[in-house]
Ligand binder design. Structure first.
Ligand code: SAM
Ligand code: SF4
Length: 439
């Protein structure tokens, strides 16, 4: 019996793929182990979105391949986006890597491992395969409450900075019956929250079913549970999606709608496919239909040519929209993308300064936005107990953590009504209705 160890970096979709790899190997007589030292095969599923992620992974691979000193039979494989992007280059950087399988060729991991077992060597595989990994066994997160289902792979957009369309290839939507079945199984196993995943979930289209219809079909699965989805592209945000969200209490009032920049000029240079006005109109429509909506976004600072005015426009946008929170990244040139051909002309120090300024704005805004929750009563999902302080932890549909006084009445997996008593930064504090005062 061969033992394998798996590590996953990057987005939730990589976690999902890693679980698919696990299933494929287990179905063929391999057993997963939790320490690389105990493995015959070590596989790392990688991310290429920013250079920093790749550098960290290369360092990690150097550490993992050193295990061969004690276990010369050990095979080390790299799969996913970095393998797809770098191909044979990985072996040049880390010569003791045995296996390189790109994100579009993941099923090739199994035959490549079998070839290695026969003593053959394997060339990097990056040619796209027309079949995909088996879906993972329906599995909940560490707290046994949440499940994730990839509904669409790849991306048909061509944002100037982004490597994803290269590494993941064009969009392929899964059959709606497969998606609904998987969500249903998660719910039957006790999932209280299921998140539909994709680089661009709202361009989903399969067997005549579009994204709003898929939401309706998943949302019809009975039980007390919540449905979320991420990531949505502003251009594909159909009014029907917002209407479904507004009409179905099952759909969490949370929308992650990456804008990337508040500068009209840069949105164009980024090839984002929408204007600032179209983005703001999508935000307004969503907020009008779903007054309780929490809105989050992604931002990039230091894109080539970003001037102080462009950056000021991003800050102004953030103040105007008043996001519940956002993720901000320093621009990282990715070889092969359109932006990488431009001069990376914002210095690392200036990128850092802009990032720090944005995070400062975020802290203030999140605090202000969250103050508006004080005094409100919201439905929360009890998630567990804070190991350090012993408080109860719960989450609203808006994806906000609410800290509750611990009591035996708090059962992880149960929904209850909680009144918010105070807000600090990103965290809300509250008490179950008719219960002890808040911590
Ligand atoms: N498909 C989603 C979208 O369009 O927003 C997410 C894709 S990407 C994996 C997640 C985020 O990483 C992006 O929203 C963007 O802010 C950031 N990102 C992508 N490429 C980047 C780059 N070259 N440098 C810095 N940040 C980047
Ligand atoms: Fe990358 Fe743009 Fe596609 Fe998102 S929509 S994955 S940022 S190319």
């Amino acid at each position: 019996m061969k033992r394998f160890y798996l590590e996953s970096y990057g987005c939730q979709m990589n976690v999902y793929d890693t679980q698919g790899l696990e299933r494929m190997l287990e179905d063929h007589g391999y057993t997963r182990v939790v320490a690389p030292e105990d493995a015959d095969v070590v596989l790392v599923n990688t991310c290429s979105v920013r250079e920093h992620a790749e550098e960290r992974t290369l360092n990690r691979l150097a550490v993992l391949t050193r295990l061969k000193a004690k276990n010369p039979a050990l095979k080390v494989g790299v799969c996913g986006c970095m393998a797809q992007r770098m191909g044979g280059e990985i072996k040049k950087r880390i010569p003791r890597v045995d296996l390189v399988i790109g994100a579009q060729a993941l099923p090739a991991v199994l035959p490549a491992l079998q070839a290695l077992e026969r003593g053959e060597s394997t060339a990097p595989v990056i040619e796209p395969l027309d079949h995909y990994l088996p879906p993972p066994r329906p599995r909940l997160d560490a707290r046994n409450l949440k499940g994730f289902v990839t509904i669409i792979r790849g991306c048909n957009k061509a944002c100037a900075y982004c490597i994803v369309p290269t590494t993941r290839g064009p969009e392929v939507s899964r059959h709606p019956d497969d998606v609904v079945l998987e969500v249903h199984e998660l719910v039957l196993r006790g999932a209280k929250e299921v998140t539909l995943l994709g680089q661009n979930v709202n361009s989903y289209e399969s067997a005549g079913v579009d994204f709003p219809e898929l939401l309706a079909r998943c949302g019809a699965i009975p039980g007390k549970w919540r449905l979320r989805f991420t990531t949505s592209h502003p251009r594909d945000m159909a009014p029907e999606t917002v209407r479904r969200m507004a009409a179905a209490p099952r759909l969490a009032p949370w929308l992650h709608l990456p804008v990337q920049s508040g500068s009209r000029r840069l949105l164009k240079a980024m090839n984002r496919d929408y204007t600032l006005d179209q983005y703001l109109a999508a935000v307004e429509a969503a907020r009008e239909a779903i007054p309780d909506l929490a809105l989050t976004t992604d931002l990039i600072v230091g894109f080539p040519g970003e001037t102080a005015e462009d950056f000021a426009e991003t800050c102004a946008l953030v103040e105007r929209v008043r996001y519940d929170t956002f993720y901000a990244f320093k621009y990282s040139p990715r070889s092969g993308t359109a932006a990488a051909r431009r001069d990376d002309d914002v210095s690392p120090e200036e990128k850092q300064r802009r990032l720090a300024l944005l995070l400062e704005v975020q802290r203030r805004l999140s605090h202000e936005v969250n103050q508006a929750y004080v005094g409100r009563t919201l439905e929360v999902l009890v998630e567990g107990r804070d190991a350090k302080r012993g408080n109860g932890l719960s989450r609203t549909g808006q994806n906000k953590i609410v800290v509750l006084p611990w009591s035996d009445a708090l059962v992880p997996g149960h929904f209850l009504e909680a009144t918010i008593t105070r807000a600090e930064g990103q965290t809300l504090y509250g008490a179950p209705v008719d219960a002890a005062p808040a911590p």
